[in-house]
Ligand binder design. Sequence first.
Ligand SMILES: Cc1cc2nc3c(=O)[nH]c(=O)nc-3n(C[C@H](O)[C@H](O)[C@H](O)COP(=O)(O)OP(=O)(O)OC[C@H]3O[C@@H](n4cnc5c(N)ncnc54)[C@H](O)[C@@H]3O)c2cc1C
Length: 401
Amino acid sequence: MANILVLGGNFAGLTAALETRRHLKDTGHTVTVISQRDYFLFVPSLIWVPFSEREIKDITLPVEPILRKRGIEFVHATATRVNQYENYVETTAGRFNYDYLVIATGPKLDYSISGVGPDNGYTACICDPEGALDTRERFENLVDNPGPVVIGATQAAGCVGAAYEFLFNAEFNLRKRGVRKKVEITWITPEPFLGHFGIEGIAGGNTMLRKMFATLEINFVTNTKIDHVSQDEITLGDGRALPFAFSMLMPPFVGQDVVSNSPGLGNAKGYVPVNGAYQHKEFPNVFAAGIAVDVPAPFTTPVPLGIPKTGFPADEEAKIAAYNIANLVNARVDLKVKEFGHIPGVCILDAGHKEVYLVANHLFKPRQFAALIPNPVYDGGKRALEKYFLWKTRNGLSYLT
Ligand SMILES: Cc1cc2nc3c(=O)[nH]c(=O)nc-3n(C[C@H](O)[C@H](O)[C@H](O)COP(=O)(O)OP(=O)(O)OC[C@H]3O[C@@H](n4cnc5c(N)ncnc54)[C@H](O)[C@@H]3O)c2cc1C
């Protein structure tokens, strides 16, 4: 009987556990999820929390009941080290042996650029519930005391798309609150052009964004590298200084400490090197999915960019890893393979009560089909997606798209 251990209980971890269970149902194999958080968080909706359009309770679900119903054990703990040579994981709740391991621990936010980040720096970040609530407080201060705003992404930022979404939502809410005319907004990005998104852009995206920036009177600076941030000024690599009263900057993502603290498991950034079957390149009973996966960029840019390891690929990778683990458990050697770059691009970008649908047959070029389709009327698609995803997750229906 096989013992499958999944580290992380959000997009990739939950899907990997539920799908492994589905493929290995009624067989007596054990599936266990160990996660630092005991709730599922619909991360994309964090962009609305600073504007009080969502509370954290609206976008979270306790994971234990979802898993228990499907015969999956849940341990609320932090994994601290993997011994991939002897097949066990050390956690804050003790040691767990495994036959197959899935690492789905997502990103750690890298605040090593001086002055970036909400705790030891001066900039807000919407990447987790605490950060999103802190951003709400800072935004309310801005409404009371309007001043210059700088929104964007640092060099090697993990998720530029979400920063664009925050930008348009902030602009919309400043207008709604009647202070937009008192606020100059500047967007800074490591991208070589607007709409690169870490995937070399989508046809028409740059033109669409340039028009939106012009219409909404948002300044922008591309190819930016941040040197340091002080209390009221962001200094760029070329020496330019941008004053701010409010700033939200997407930081770089790196892998979690559990990977960095396990010699031989990950690369220098703490990501797990896998093949197209999401199987570790050296340890065939170790798999990874979601942001934990190492994805080398197939392009270069003057300023380093992060790859957007978004929700759809996280889900796809977890499904592939689960299918492959079940095959290996059943002594089958045929493994499903789909490289990250060949996964379709499917995303809805919220633009402040407007939205843009991004669809592409491959995340990375070459692509045979790619389009950005604006919905200038209302951001109903993104809101419907949130409701659908929470319903699907609550019911453990991980096999649905
Ligand atoms: C603000 C924002 C907006 C976004 N918007 C979109 C969007 O609109 N569309 C989209 O497709 N994607 C979006 N993304 C990206 C999307 O959120 C990620 O692709 C997705 O969360 C990745 O899933 P994951 O399971 O790899 O990591 P996560 O969702 O981060 O989950 C990691 C899990 O592992 C747990 N964990 C971490 N360390 C440990 C440890 N040591 N031991 C045990 N458990 C651990 C964490 O508690 C967490 O539960 C957005 C991201 C951000 C930050």
